[in-house]
Ligand binder design. Sequence first.
Ligand code: FAD
Length: 510
Amino acid sequence: PKTLRLILGDQLNQQHSWFKEKNSQVTYLMMEMLQETDYVTHHIQKVAGFFAAMRAFKDWLREEGHQIVYYKIDSEQNQQDLSKNIKAYLKENEFDKLEYQLPDEYRLDQQLKDLRNELNIETEAFDTEHFLTQRNDVAEFFKGKKQYLMENFYRMMRKKHDIMMEGDEPEGGKWNYDEENRKKYKGEVPIPKAYSYKTDVSDIVSSIEKAGIKTIGSIDAENFHWPIDRQQAQQFARYFCKELLPHFGRFQDAMHTEEKFLFHSRISFALNTKLISPTEMVDYVLKYWHEDQDNISIAQVEGYIRQIIGWREFMRGIYWAKMPDYAEKNFFDHKRKLPEWYWTGDTKMKCLEKSIKQSLCDAYAHHIQRLMVTGNFALLNLTDPAVVDEWYLGIYIDAIEWVEITNTRGMSQFADGGIIGTKPYVASANYMNKMSNYCSNCHYSKTKKYGDKACPFNSLYWNFYHVHEDKLKGNQRISMMYRTWEKKGKEEQQKILKQAETYLDKVDEL
Ligand code: FAD
């Protein structure tokens, strides 16, 4: 049958079985669309990165001898809507069948289901052949459980895929080496230069501007540094294994004013667009480890692999288990907006200034910056999770809803009431100072809870627990916090709460 095959912008998987054979009956269709650029305000690097990677994929398909129809954002026939474009294309051209790969986003999944019902030709959905799990595996695994424990899922994945196993036992005798990780970075080892490309994406940026697409953040259009094709992604991965993996786990949670990337792999964009697969990342990491055990310890390797086959697959499974309800969850009933400076980084709090400015400049922040700096503050600010989601979904180059919303609404904002996390990730200046050098040059004082220049995290932290006592006091993992709070005595409590109130009232000025 004459077949039209749709490829979405995050389905750039050259290894997919679709491409194994050339078939003159098959035409591929790819489209840059306002539908995708405008559902939230994205970072300019994110829009440009997606378009650049899609165009590179289109060129590869063509070189491989496949037939491909590609709509640029300014193509004349582009109606900027997935369903409209497909319907119009099918009307002009005779096809017997439409095939597509299962989208990772609920929004697109619904749209394609609706489209299938409207079309009067045969349609078929295929797996993306990217993940190690199917959409519903996590739901099946935790059937009947209220809380989803990542660690249990992760162990199952290790066994099932025989990764770092010695028979039924974990290699090295432990499943998890976290306690050896998570050190503050004090310059003990130099951080290798960030690997980066210098792809010229000026054409793409000007067509984004001409199309009137609203974006945030900045871009060096002549030196776009993210990987945009499979080869670049593989080089990135190899560089990571050789140079950064030896210290990845150790400094995984560290933050530093002068070091934006530390030992992180920055592979999330390449992974989420499927330029590279999770299995390949695992293979790379294991290969480099086996070849260089003197420099790479098991703790680094296990820590990395847990992120890929554990957290990443787990979050995707939660997404499919809980959507669409998940997108409405607001356990604390928070209603506030984010401070204005989330879009400029102009705040006197050094940790937030650094994390936000870096996000605007690079469309990137590492996990702990997202979780314990911007996410932590958003939660202490009692922010509406919908607003928080919108910010995260827009600003990061790797942000696609399935992995953004589970991390943001779930892990970071505890808006799911504890499906993903066992307790909210909130912390005061104490944590910030333990894991970073942010506090040393800050306008605010890390030790003060109230009074002149008291670090806002300190009073807001206690305020959060105070405000949500009803919802949190019964949580065993938190009850100790309430005892500490009670011990402070009424007078001290009042001072702290008063300070929090003042800060919340003028949060834009912090
Ligand atoms: P590394 O630290 O080098 O880790 C390697 C890989 O492990 C990552 O590329 C990623 O694929 C995977 N990984 C690590 N942690 C997680 C996690 N918690 N969930 C899923 N995968 C993980 N990740 C996204 O890919 N897209 C998002 O939109 C996104 N939004 C987030 C929002 C919040 C509030 C938080 C706390 C985390 C979010 N994350 C998101 C997870 C994580 O922060 C990023 O995957 C990571 O920072 C990407 O940088 P890296 O490639 O250098 O990661």
